[in-house]
Write a protein that binds this ligand. Structure first.
Ligand code: HEM
Length: 148
């Protein structure tokens, strides 16, 4: 009986140790994979396009061009969260250079992304990881002054 108890204890300890060593699932998997990320992107871009202070950036693009940007954003987010996508778009600095995106535009965008993640009930930990990943793009996207 004593031996059985010891065996049980050993197996619980081993399982706990294994669980602690198990690699954490990628953010991409924890967010729900491709379809979840695509739905998040659509909601987020919908908010940007209908924000009267940000919509000017997207005016003048054909429907097809907007669809292409949307796909590239999905690919970018998928790759940035550890998913299997390969981002083949331009680097973000090149793609945004000359648009004159300001700090205020950036803050409004982060607000929209937060609202989207809240709408999809993304847990606090994952939400902070997504916002952390996005913040690493900020320097490539925000320009303090309009290009002359
Ligand atoms: C203030 C925030 C932002 C604004 C106003 C904005 C605006 C734009 C615009 C207007 C384009 C099209 C550029 C063109 O056709 O030449 C674009 C492209 C793109 N943006 Fe943003 N963007 C913002 C933030 C972001 C963020 C946070 C991401 C991160 C995923 C992102 C990812 C992309 C990608 C992947 C493209 C396509 C690149 C390509 O065409 O090769 N953008 N953005």
């Amino acid at each position: 009986m004593k031996r059985l108890g010891l065996l049980l204890l050993c197996s619980i300890l081993a399982t706990t140790a294994l669980a602690a060593d198990a690699p954490q699932k990628s953010l991409y998997v924890r967010l729900g994979g491709y379809d979840a990320l695509a739905a998040v992107t659509d909601d987020f871009l919908g908010r940007l396009a209908t924000d009267k202070n940000l919509s000017r950036f997207f005016a003048g693009h054909s429907k097809n061009s907007l669809g292409k940007i949307r796909q590239l954003v999905v690919d970018q987010l998928c790759a940035a969260t550890g998913g299997p996508c390969v981002y083949i778009g331009r680097d973000l600095k090149t793609a945004h250079q000359g648009l004159g995106i300001t700090e205020a535009d950036w803050n409004a965008t982060v607000g929209h992304l937060t609202a989207t993640l809240d709408k999809f009930k993304v847990p606090e930990k994952e939400k902070n990881e997504v916002l952390g990943a996005i913040s690493s793009f900020k320097n490539d996207i925000v320009e303090q002054k309009m290009m002359k």
